[in-house]
Ligand binder design. Structure first.
Ligand code: ARG
Length: 461
């Protein structure tokens, strides 16, 4: 079994069916640059412990660098007979520097500690790329909020008109979860900054290699505390898959708003042509496919997370080959987010709002009824009674087919002597919005305050 990492104790080579099942190079090749970086660090540790001479280390590093360039250029790819990225790159190194030197590199390491380290390196790099994309989306949301500082829209609960709110307030409400996702990525990255390298297959190394040296070379904070845990744990992957799924779910909630806002019935937004799709039969159609794909792909990322958790459930210590099943789902989550986030940010940045229509719809559905009740409280009416009075006014107006603001003095007085003409000061959407000055509320002054906080938190994450 030429070029394999094992074989001497086997009378025959692997069957073709086993080879086909076992092969992972079609998905783990993305780890090749990290595998080579790990090998570089490991060679340095072998030199420090006296297993390589200075000259050997120089040649080893030169060989690994040559391979790294060949991988980056797409010249070096896995061969059909390679089982995984680790074996393929060891074979390539031996071809590059010779069997005598190349054969020394594997001392004191196992694919189990390698893979556990490489997956962390890969995910930490992609966490940074995803964070950059999330931040760009947050910027696009904030820019839209800034472009519409006074626009008022119907705020909804249960999808029913509830209270008027600022569009900027609502947009920022979609940005806050993304800011928390940025913080989650940052927290995860700190927790993932661990190097299992040197743990060997599970029990630890005998050769006196310095694991901190390897961790330092790889930009990781420290070696794993426990070699069994270091090689067998995948909570680091599951947690990443969770944050990725959470980002997708947060996008899907914004996507749903965009899809609704873009309907003729809502008519709140127009999507830019560059960020909409057409129909093969209906010439007039302009569809919000980016939002729909974002919504749909959330299901896929949830599946990746739950599949991974199912693989880990009840898996005994230490390394088991089942653990290889962590890669495809989490790599898919990474690739999906890296596709969806830039498209989504472009859609948000170019969306045009019909603020007149939003403002016209804002007072409909008696959305100022709470303002009436709270005005009554300010006149000394207990809230319980105020709620009843405002509710009766809603019913009286509904029976007459008019809005609250259309009720004349006689009708107001009929409903309750507490309802004087002065109540009209709160019967405008601008007045209503401006009065919600409580913490985090929709008053323009509060929305401007939280905008600053939002941007600071996003930048800090
Ligand atoms: N490809 C494996 C994985 O992704 C790592 C190799 C470990 N293989 C082994 N037979 N111990 O987990």
């Amino acid at each position: 079994n030429e070029g394999s990492l094992w074989g001497a104790r086997f009378a025959t080579g692997p069957s073709p069916e086993l080879q086909a099942l076992s092969r992972s190079t079609h998905f783990d090749w993305v780890l090749a640059p990290y595998d080579l970086a790990g090998s570089r660090a490991h060679a340095t540790a072998l030199r420090a412990a006296g297993y390589l001479t200075d000259d050997e280390l120089t040649r080893m590093h030169a060989g690994l660098d040559t391979l790294a360039h060949a991988v980056a250029d797409g010249i070096l790819v896995a061969r059909p007979e390679d089982e995984d990225v680790h074996g393929a790159l060891e074979a390539a190194l031996i071809a590059e520097v010779g069997a005598e030197l190349g054969g020394k590199l594997r001392a004191g390491r196992s694919r189990n500690d390698q893979i556990a380290t490489l997956v962390r390196l890969f995910l930490r790099d992609h966490a940074a790329l995803i964070a950059r994309d999330v931040l760009r989306l947050v910027d696009a949301i904030v820019a839209q909020a800034d472009a519409h500082p006074e626009a008022i829209m119907p705020g909804r609960t249960h999808l029913q008109h509830a209270q008027p709110i600022l569009l900027a307030h609502h947009l920022q409400a979609h940005a806050w979860p993304l800011v928390r996702d940025l913080e989650r990525l940052r927290d995860w990255s700190v927790r993932a900054s661990v190097s299992p390298y040197g743990g060997g297959a599970l029990a630890g190394a005998t050769l006196g290699l310095d694991p901190q040296l390897v961790a330092d070379e790889l930009g990781l904070a420290r070696p794993a505390e426990n070699s069994i845990d270091g090689t067998a744990a995948r909570d680091v992957v599951a947690e990443f898959a969770f944050v990725a799924a959470m980002i997708a779910v947060d996008l899907s909630r914004f996507a749903e708003d965009v899809i609704l806002w873009n309907t003729r019935e809502f008519g709140f937004v127009t999507l830019d042509d560059g960020y909409s799709t057409g129909s093969s039969i209906m010439p007039q159609k302009k569809n919000p496919d980016i939002a729909e794909l974002a919504r749909g792909k959330a299901g896929r990322l949830i599946g990746n997370l739950s599949g991974l958790l199912a693989t880990l459930k009840a898996l005994p210590l230490a390394y088991n080959r089942d653990l290889q099943e962590d890669k495809e789902p989490v790599f898919d989550s990474v690739a999906t987010l890296e596709l969806v986030l830039p498209a989504f940010a472009g859609m948000v940045a170019t969306m045009r709002f019909d603020t007149e229509r939003m403002a016209a719809l804002a007072p409909q559905g008696f959305s100022l009824a709470t303002d009436v009740a709270e005005w009554l409280v300010k006149q000394g009416v207990p809230f319980r009674d105020a709620h009843e009075i405002s509710g009766s006014l809603v019913r009286a107006c509904e029976q007459r087919g008019i809005g609250l603001e259309d009720a004349d003095d006689a009708l107001l007085g009929d409903v309750s002597p507490h309802l004087t003409a002065a109540v009209r000061e709160v019967l405008s959407i601008e007045g209503s919005v401006a009065s919600r000055t409580g913490a985090g509320g929709t008053a323009p002054v509060r929305v401007a305050e939280q905008r600053a906080e939002l941007v600071a938190r996003a930048q800090a994450a």
